[in-house]
Design a protein around this ligand. Structure first.
Ligand code: NAP
Ligand code: ZN
Length: 348
């Protein structure tokens, strides 16, 4: 079994610590990847701290993985040694999902990159805060030449999670889109939405990141702490993408939709979302949700970002600083995604 070195959560209430573990033996259709960079998604924190109640330990988080192919099985046809590749939120799926892999978004039988079990039903999967990973070739993405690996990593979750609903709800010229929360996901929504030609507005807790938002392509930027925002923008948007996981006043945000507008939940609040019927029925509005995206759509997103030169804003950290980075993400003190330089593992 190949040995991997990384960082793991051993318990929901303890900091991540150095951790050595076995990756599975590569099969003929597997690719072995030397991980160079791994993004920190807020979902890593939710799971490392068991905030969704489904965590298993020890857990090596990380589903924004970018690296280089170091070995391929005899049946691998899509990748060769030295290829620059990515891995996102899932590394396999059930047969039913496999049929849908290239067109559907919702994949009930997918095998998560970590905090999940392999298709054998017993082996735990472990994620990208580590020096290598073994992945079936159909679940590996190709990174465009003009996107550096450190900046590619966050596209594998934050990028696709925003690209998918923007594409599905046809963001483009003439469409008014609002993004709630300008964090890791939100700032990608601004960049991708603007590149699609939509008129993007950021709804942030304060105006402290306004200059950044405008530089990323937003037309407008409003503070949700100001009650005037909700009066001024009532009935304004075709599409609202909510990246916040905190409890907010959903009804107030639904009221910002135009007739037939849609608000899409991307963030995952701990409690059920309380919505009043009047917030929806008045304008034939819809409340929807969206989860990452298919492999086909993820490759489409990477190619779109390559073509339009879209990359996330990142702060590179050593893996030894991962626990401090988690605290900073929780305080919204990140511009705009932490990315772990996996080479720093050598410092331990
Ligand atoms: P993040 O970087 O922490 O961004 C979340 C943003 O929400 C913050 O930057 C902040 O933006 C805003 N926010 C934070 N606390 C708030 C509060 N109390 N009230 C109002 N707004 C608040 O996190 P992320 O990595 O983008 O992930 C966001 C959520 O999406 C998480 O719940 C994550 O698990 C989920 N997620 C879902 C999917 C999916 O497939 N649907 C994929 C990945 C992640 P401002 O400072 O601009 O207000
Ligand atoms: Zn994620």
């Amino acid at each position: 079994m190949p040995i991997a070195k990384g960082y793991a959560a051993t318990d929901a209430s303890k900091p991540l610590v150095p951790f050595t573990f076995e990756r599975r033996e590569p099969n003929a259709d597997d690719v072995v990847i030397e991980i160079k960079f791994s993004g920190i998604c807020h979902s890593d924190i939710h799971q490392a701290r068991n905030e969704w109640g489904n965590s298993t330990f020890p857990m090596v988080p990380g589903h924004e993985i970018a690296g280089v192919v170091t070995a391929v099985g005899s049946k691998v046809s899509k990748y060769k040694l030295g290829d620059r590749v990515g891995v996102g939120c899932f590394v396999n799926s059930c047969l039913h999902c496999e049929r849908d892999l290239y067109r559907e978004q919702y994949m009930p039988g997918l095998v998560g990159t970590y905090n999940s079990v392999e298709v054998d039903g017993v082996t735990p999967t472990q994620g990208g805060y580590a020096d290598s990973i073994v992945v079936q070739e159909d679940y590996v993405l190709s990174i465009p030449d003009n996107i550096p690996l450190d900046k590619a990593a966050p596209l594998l979750c934050a990028g696709i999670t925003l690209y998918s609903p923007l594409s599905h709800w046809k963001a483009g010229p003439g469409k008014k889109v609002a993004v709630i929360g300008m964090g890791g996901l939100g700032h990608m929504g601004v960049k991708i939405g603007a590149a699609m030609g939509a008129d993007v507005t950021v709804l942030s807790q304060s105006l402290s990141k306004k200059d950044d938002g405008i530089a990323f392509g937003a037309k407008d930027y409003y503070a949700t702490s100001d009650a005037e925002t909700f009066k001024k923008l009532a009935g304004s948007f075709d599409l609202i993408l909510c990246t916040v996981s905190a409890e907010i006043d959903w009804n107030a945000y639904l009221n910002l939709l135009k007739v037939d507008g849609t608000m899409v939940l991307l963030g995952v609040p701990e409690n059920p979302v309380p919505v009043h019927a009047f917030a929806l029925i008045g304008g034939r509005r819809s409340l929807a949700g969206s989860m990452i995206g298919s492999i086909k759509e993820t490759q489409e997103m990477l190619d779109f970002c390559g073509k339009h030169n879209i990359t996330p804003e990142i702060e590179i950290i050593d893996i030894q600083d991962v626990n401090e980075a988690y605290e900073r993400v929780i305080k919204s003190d990140v511009r705009y995604r932490f990315v772990i330089d996996i080479a720093s593992l050598a410092k331990d």
